[in-house]
Design a binder for this molecule. Structure first.
Ligand SMILES: [Zn+2]
Length: 323
């Protein structure tokens, strides 16, 4: 049976994990949870440490935080860090790369078309590439340069480091243009066709029977798409008022995230030839006005400014008229 609402999605919670110490995840795999909790990051970014015969592989060094880098170095101890592997280049995953590279000399591995202006992987990876015991799986959608990594644990279980493509605690934001809803659907379908036993995600606890959640996520997005389409069948809509109608979020940043997700859904429908774009609204929605105040001057993770959030919120769309 398909489940249709956030309320019944099988997301996991966990108590706030201890800070500054490595937590055992599975034999040979530990995680250090960074101190960057938030509405998008849960308790913080998971930095995974995998014990290999030649040393340690680090998956997602984490945010730009001297304390987190120190915690990772202390957790690894005497063993050398051999490689820094990125699921994607959002700042909460790759901000620590410069400091950790400098401290260890370890090379950086990430997707070949890296989106980040200042991170250049020493070893650019393509879909199917092998790094130590990991196999890269190209999964764009949340981020254009997103890779998941397959790994066989000592126990024989098939693990997928799922980054922020599939997180155990929440759905992912898909924010254009780095985020792409059509790609996100395809990347979820790609995971549904696999037989992984466990996901280790960028935020939140270990996830067993992961395909149940992936199927829920896909069904939930399809439900969202149908509700957006139903609204557009009634009238034209700008992004911000439609997001306010469909998502009932109290938190200001979650309202902003809802706008990004609505835009991503509509751009998918536009790419499919179902929806067309009209002249934008001339006045911003009150949610957008409130949101832009704290965002003023804030840079995105890739260094751009956020003024396109403002203009995107006023973009208007309607059903494409038959030619
Ligand atoms: Zn993240």
């Amino acid at each position: 049976m398909l489940r249709m609402h956030d309320a019944v999605m099988s997301f996991l919670q966990e108590p706030e994990p201890p800070r500054g110490v490595p937590l055992s995840v599975l034999p040979g795999i530990r995680r250090v949870v960074a101190e960057n909790p938030g509405v998008m990051t849960y308790h913080g970014t998971n930095t995974y440490l995998i014990d290999e015969s030649d040393g340690v592989t680090v998956i997602d060094p984490g945010p730009d935080s001297a304390k987190h880098v120190q915690d990772v170095l202390v957790a690894v101890g005497e063993r050398p860090i051999r490689r820094l592997v990125l699921t994607h280049t959002h700042g909460d995953h790759c901000g620590a790369v410069p400091a950790l590279s400098a401290a260890t000399g370890a090379p950086v591995y990430g997707f070949r078309d890296c989106v980040h202006p200042r991170i250049k992987p020493d070893f650019p990876l393509d879909d199917g590439a092998h790094v130590a015991g990991l196999t890269a799986l190209y999964t764009p959608g949340h981020a254009a340069d997103h890779l998941c990594y397959e790994y066989y644990a000592e126990s024989g279980q098939k693990i997928l480091f799922s980054g922020d493509h599939v997180m155990s605690w929440s759905s992912s934001i898909v924010s254009p243009p780095d985020g792409d809803m059509l790609a996100y659907y395809r990347s979820l379908e790609k995971l549904l066709a696999r037989d992984d036993d466990i996901y280790l995600s960028g935020h939140g606890p270990l996830l067993t029977e992961p395909r149940i959640l992936v199927a829920d996520m896909l069904a939930h997005r399809q439900y969202r798409e149908r509700t957006i389409l139903a609204e557009l069948q009634q009238q034209d809509w700008a992004v911000a008022p439609l997001a306010a109608k469909l998502y009932h979020k109290a938190d200001l940043f979650l309202k902003g995230a809802a706008q990004r997700n609505v835009l991503a859904h509509i751009l998918k429908l536009k790419a499919e030839g179902i929806v067309e774009e009209h002249e934008p609204d001339t006045e911003p929605h009150p949610d957008t006005v409130a949101l832009m105040r704290p965002l003023n001057g804030v840079k995105t993770e890739s260094g751009g400014d956020l003024s396109h959030f403002y203009t995107d919120s006023m973009r208007r769309f309607g059903l494409r008229k038959a030619a």
